[in-house]
Ligand binder design. Structure first.
Ligand SMILES: Cc1cc2nc3c(=O)[nH]c(=O)nc-3n(C[C@H](O)[C@H](O)[C@H](O)COP(=O)(O)OP(=O)(O)OC[C@H]3O[C@@H](n4cnc5c(N)ncnc54)[C@H](O)[C@@H]3O)c2cc1C
Length: 535
């Protein structure tokens, strides 16, 4: 029996397969399509996605191929209104990386192949049944043959029309927006910056151009009065017409190599789990492309789920850990759907009064540094938190960080914090020399903890304390040297009791041997932090 069957090889399913196989879980990934989609679709790879993919060995190639956008510039009536400056993102990746989804998927699939997993194409989900022991999924192969595939768990990454969601009769509540969108990938000859997202607001809908590099742009516009007709794919003339009537920067658009129309659906599931079946990505949530969040959310869903499934399958995590996938991610998803709905309503408005108000207020609102400081991190998916969720209840805090928060990938004197993050298990970062009170209580779990001593900037952590960090880079628990009960409390709650508790003195030695001593700090990568911002 396969441990995890993944249905769908879009970015969500590929990330699930990548993460689970990396963690030693036996997976199968199937997709009904004979070939990967060649279309560009999701262009924006957000900072948080890059932060998480870097220690997983995928980000370097993404960064090499993608084009960086450093701000969003808003225009109306021929004027520049204001910009959202991404330098406010508290991340090494303080930009949005523009790369065609087909390329992102290719890189994920290449990496997956390197890990020994091949996407089984032309294999479609048909139905499933499940009980306490596993899931029996009926798959249909391209030659018409059917197969019953048994698995301990199934991940439904089968897109917005999710046949699995439908087969299980689960609702996908929300609404559809009665607005036609036109999009296409074109070359643009004109004075259009290639290092920013440019949005043009108008009473007859909005138009956006997103730079893909080398003179190519993604063009996206609303077409409230139907100037582009309703043919399946908008023509180059349609796109030029929409551009000319909205944008004040003269340009010739040419070399259209993909165009499409779409309507926005804004929906999400109210549960991400049905027994042994987990839902993620578009199968679980769809919304407006405003802000380029969709693909990134699916990738992050799977990075949240992967380590939990792996730990439970390994027998080190308690089964209840799997419930925290939904309790962590569903609030983030609901907030995202609501935020993109609001943004879409604002940009779509064809009401002249609302448009006048928007063009007058935008420069005022965006000139507030507090707004800038909030907007960019939110766009980069850096401010999502699992604070107050069951996975972080009672986890305490350290410095400005509370259990459930993203642990920033701060710069250290050598490398970055995530270079030390063990993405296969929990990492205990010990700050300061006073390790004994921390080392002793967690001795039973030495085999599931990677321990590093780090010196962090005082703005992030006080002189002495500890941070228990999950493989997905969120803070599980934290405290001062005298608060080790909190550490053992978190471990007892979510991990199974160790099969053979180690004797205390041995364990303490083990821990001590894994903790670099003060004198050896500079010889290790756990070195004094020199980061200048509390990022
Ligand atoms: C025009 C456009 C622009 C977008 N721009 C952005 C952006 O800038 N940033 C962003 O983050 N997101 C963007 N998105 C959204 C993004 O494309 C999706 O969020 C993303 O593709 C979701 O990935 P997924 O893997 O969950 O689903 P999908 O990519 O839809 O993959 C689902 C897979 O499941 C397979 N499947 C379906 N049925 C079955 C079955 N019965 N059996 C087996 N396999 C099956 C399909 O073949 C498909 O390969 C955009 C979307 C569109 C359409």
């Amino acid at each position: 029996m396969t441990s995890v069957l993944i249905v769908g090889a879009g970015p969500t399913g590929l990330t699930a397969a990548l993460e689970l196989s990396r963690l030693g879980v036996d997976v199968r990934i199937v997709d009904k399509a004979a070939e990967p989609s060649p279309t560009s679709r999701a262009l924006g790879v957000q900072a948080r996605t890059l932060e998480l993919l870097r220690p997983r060995g995928v980000a370097d190639e993404l960064l090499r191929l993608g084009n960086r956008a450093y701000r969003t510039a808003l225009h109306a009536n021929g004027d520049h209104l204001a910009s959202i400056d991404f330098s406010h993102m508290p991340s090494e990746f303080n930009f949005i990386l523009m790369l065609a989804q087909s390329e992102t998927e290719r890189l994920l699939a290449d990496r997956l192949r390197d890990q020994g997993v091949r996407v089984e194409r032309g294999v479609a989900f048909e139905s499933l049944t499940q009980d306490d022991t596993g899931v029996r999924t009926v798959l249909r192969h391209a030659d018409g043959r059917t197969e019953v595939a048994p698995a301990s768990y199934v991940i439904a990454a089968d897109g917005s029309h999710s046949p699995i969601r439908k087969a299980l009769g689960l609702p996908f509540e929300g609404s559809s927006i009665e607005q036609n969108y036109v999009l296409g990938d074109v070359y643009l000859a004109g004075d259009m910056p290639e290092d920013q997202l440019s949005i043009f607001l108008a009473t007859r809908g909005f138009l956006a151009v997103f730079p893909m590099g080398d003179g190519r742009f993604r063009f996206m516009a609303t077409d409230p009065d139907g100037v582009t007709g309703d043919d399946a794919d908008p023509s180059p003339e349609d796109i030029q017409n929409l551009y000319d009537r909205t944008v004040h920067i003269p340009a010739r658009l040419y070399g259209l190599n993909w165009s499409s129309r779409f309507r926005i659906n804004s929906r999400h599931m109210n549960t991400l789990r049905a027994g042994r079946v987990f839902f993620g990505g578009d199968a679980a949530h769809v919304h407006s492309p405003a802000g380029g969040q969709g693909m990134n959310t699916g990738i992050q869903d799977m990075i949240n789920l992967g380590w939990k499934l792996a730990m439970v399958l390994r027998g080190t995590g308690r089964p209840e850990l799997l419930d925290t996938y939904e309790t962590d991610r569903l609030p983030v998803i609901k907030q995202l759907v609501a935020m993109t709905e609001r943004a879409t309503k604002v940009f779509n408005s064809t009401n002249p009064v609302a448009h006048a108000l928007l063009t007058r207020l935008t420069p005022v609102v965006l000139s507030e540094s507090a707004v800038q400081a909030k907007a960019a991190p939110r766009l980069g998916q850096l401010s999502a938190t699992y604070r107050g969720r069951p996975s972080s209840k009672g986890g305490g805090r350290i410095g400005p960080l509370r259990a459930g928060d993203r642990v920033p990938d701060v710069r250290l004197a050598e490398g970055r914090l995530y270079d030390l993050l063990d993405t296969s298990t929990l990492t205990l970062f010990v700050v300061g020399d006073d390790t004994d009170p921390i080392a002793a209580p967690h001795h039973d779990w030495v085999d599931v903890l990677t321990v590093h001593r780090v010196a962090l900037h005082p703005a992030l952590a006080p002189a002495s304390g500890w941070l228990l960090v999950r493989p997905d880079g969120y803070l599980a628990a934290a405290g001062g040297a005298g608060e080790s009960d909190r550490l053992t409390g978190w471990l007892h709650r979510w991990l199974t009791e160790p099969a053979q508790p180690t004797n205390s003195s041995n364990a303490a030695r083990h821990v001590a041997s894994r903790l670099p001593s003060s004198s050896s700090i500079s010889a290790h990568s756990a070195v004094a932090a020199t980061h200048s911002r509390a990022d």
